[in-house]
Design a protein around this ligand. Sequence first.
Ligand SMILES: Nc1ncnc2c1ncn2[C@@H]1O[C@H](COP(=O)(O)OP(=O)(O)OP(=O)(O)O)[C@@H](O)[C@H]1O
Length: 919
Amino acid sequence: MPKSSKNKSKAKKKGHVAFTEVVDSEFDQDEFDRNIGHHYDSKKEGGRAKSQMKDLFDDKEIASSGAIGWGMMMGGIEVVDASKYMVFSESKSKGKQAQTPSPEDPASPPSSDDDYDYDDEGEDPFADCDISDEEGDIMILDPGEKMPSKASSRATKTLSTISNLLQYHKPTAALLTNWQITCSGISLPHLVAHNFVRLGYSSPMAIQAATLPSALLGRRDIVGAAPTGSGKTLCYGLSLVMGCLKDLENDVEGGGGMKALVLVPTRELAIQVTKEISDYCKVPDDKVLKELRGDSKKKKKKKKKKEPNLLETEGIVRVCAIVGGLSKEKQEKRLKNKPEIVVATPGRLWELMSSNEHPHLNDFSCLKYLVIDEADRMVKQGNFPELEKIFEDINEEEDSEEEDSEEEDSEEEDSEEEDSEKEESENSEDEEEEKPAEENDSEAAEEDDSEEEMTEAEIEAFLGFNPEPATKMLSDDILASNEELKKTTKPSDIVKSSSSASSDNKPTNSHTKGKLDKTLRQTFIYSATLTLPPPAKKEDMKGGDKKKKGKRTKGDDENILETIMEKAGSKGAIKIVDLSVEGGDSTAGNTKASTKTTATGAKQKTVKLPPGLTLFQSRCTQLHKDSYTYAFLSTTAQGNKGPSIVFCNSIGGVKRVARTLEELGMQVRSLHADMPQKQRFKALEALRNSKSRCVLVATDVAARGIDIPEVSSVVHYDLPRSGGVDTFVHRSGRTARGVGTTGTSLLLIGPKEEKAHMQICKAVNGTNVEGKAIEFGSAPFDSHLLAAAQERANLAEKIVKCDEAEQKKAASNSWFAKAAEDAGLELDDTLMEELEGKGDGNKGVQKFKEANNARAKLRKLLKKPMRKQLHGKFLTGSVGLKRSLELSGGVTGGLGKGGGLDDDVKLNKHGKKKRIRIR
Ligand SMILES: Nc1ncnc2c1ncn2[C@@H]1O[C@H](COP(=O)(O)OP(=O)(O)OP(=O)(O)O)[C@@H](O)[C@H]1O
């Protein structure tokens, strides 16, 4: 009997997990049973086991294309092909039909489990496997393994179950052949491969393909720059997870210490990264996870509502977020579980570290990975003073070890070194003092003082637990090229390529079973906006080699990078990959020029934006920005498509614009550093889950890292002030993220923002032959609709202004009255009248009436479609402004010099009007 038929009939007989071999005839049932079947006994567990299996292999279509991509692009990652196995979707016990196609007719599924011929006699390797405990929970045991006694340690149980879990997706020989590209080298753990299939990570993205082999095989320190949304989180996240899984598997003594520390600039990003990393090693079944962690019984006994498993999420490897704004107690409790990976914002981390009450945060003896995400933002002076102290603590232990070894050196050498170090530290102190205190961007900086309790459901919702599996597909061209390569690659080629791995990927150190080598620590530095040194310098660059470092000067981006590496204590060989600039699609050693030469011969850096991003611009006065934003978001195909983010430069701006858009009938959320953390999370959650269109009005606290794939457009209501081009890149990158997505970024350029605009244009598009900046496309506004939008926006602004005035007055009056009461003073009648708004000619009442009138008028307008309201072209220039003032009842005030003019008219330096082109 051919092997495949034998296997099929075995599968019929077995009934532990029914499956059909889909792809070829070399499927090995015995191997399948060894690796998968023994976890589940259909007779005992019935439908539960089957539905678990169904979950495991749900994304079979993606897998078939995806794993090829991983194998090929990574030069040897081996990925499970879930399409090999098809399993029941519903249990027999529920009386539903199984979906597994029969071998004979793939389209006709067997009607029930009875269609499979179970054979209980003789050859059942699972006979001695009791897979349920006394409470009916599934236990995962090796064939022949005894039920663990109640007294058995969690560690023993975990290790045995983990090694099973890591195996249970083991590809068969047929699968390996199918994935011709797989070679020795990187081997993706099967659990991770499964999760990648679930997440839709069908092939590595460019930065992942460029960095992962060096990080995983060569254990190199990595400095990576790549456009926003290009998958940088996975570049370091996967290394961390694989390292931790390997340790668990190899039973490497870790002492339960922290193995990886990820530092990020914002709380939202910390929570997001925590979830993403833990997603890579997520265990498909909750019960299995609880069993692995040894806490299922504990929780059952308590019979309390499910404990929030939020700051630490649901992977095998424990990942825990340490952030400000959330309950410190809960985070402290999480730390007691000794999470292998800690993702933190520097403020809260330092607070807990310096309290010396959390041994887990003070013990860096096991630290193998240090990650600085959004590195340029993190090390910007004044942003995170705690960062330096954290680095010092981390490096303290190693430094002291080094010092010990240095003692063996000659006295002369010692004193020379001391002198040079002293000199260097003096220099660096001078440099710090010389540096003018840069504007502290308190907006985006963390303030870790306030704390809040969030309910389980609230944070769960924010973390997006139990989301629908992503269904991102491999783009057609990659698929096609993979197919082509698959056809032309012979197994012998694979062996060759694997044996001649590049020197980048040769391990600098090796793993020792049962031991943790401290010198193995890897440092990862990532951002979309890192200025990297030129190729020659890259080759020279060695982290921690102080003698090679030049004096750091303000604005010297290259030296900033060196400083980060030095502070982070990077000691190994550094691999630098820069995909963030045009022409920089290569890695250290063969980097092409990443600059353009302008007409004047000057070298100019051009940044790379996500491929699916379209840039628009529109010039308007500050007064018209509300109506332009409203018109873009409500009338254009690009702005109207999905959730959007509107960026303002100040908290006051965010509040005002959000209120105005709200009055205009939009579903609006705001996000800024002055908000309680709970509200901040809720705002992002609303954006992520917005069924109807949601607009988030935010400061730059939302500019970096936040990954909400649904966001379809970004509006720069204010052009970024500080860090112009970089901030523009990060803000714009909140849309068009990941594989095959599109998005729009609209710049609204006010009269005072021309300079900032020019810088952005130069950096993004370069200059034309005349040396002038190449500009973006014109925003697709309909001038008829702009007029209608202006009318509505004016009314909304009026309402907001009146409300604000009311609120301010009420606040100051109540303060005044209270102060008088506290001082035991009585207010006279005139003063009382004034406080009540009667004494100033009823101005307060008048404002209230004005607001109400405006509100009534606006409501009426909002009921009608905009196009029908106003016929006639949008009048630009001072005429247009006058008309809109008339329509609004004059709330916007008179024309000032320069301000108040529209697209086509500007004042020249003599105060005369000059015409400029409308874009
Ligand atoms: N191999 C992959 N295939 C498909 N999607 C992926 C892959 N890797 C990551 N992604 C998805 O791409 C999106 C962007 O990833 P990520 O947030 O890591 O980008 P980033 O480069 O860190 O962006 P930013 O610079 O804005 O922080 C995420 O939704 C992530 O799930």
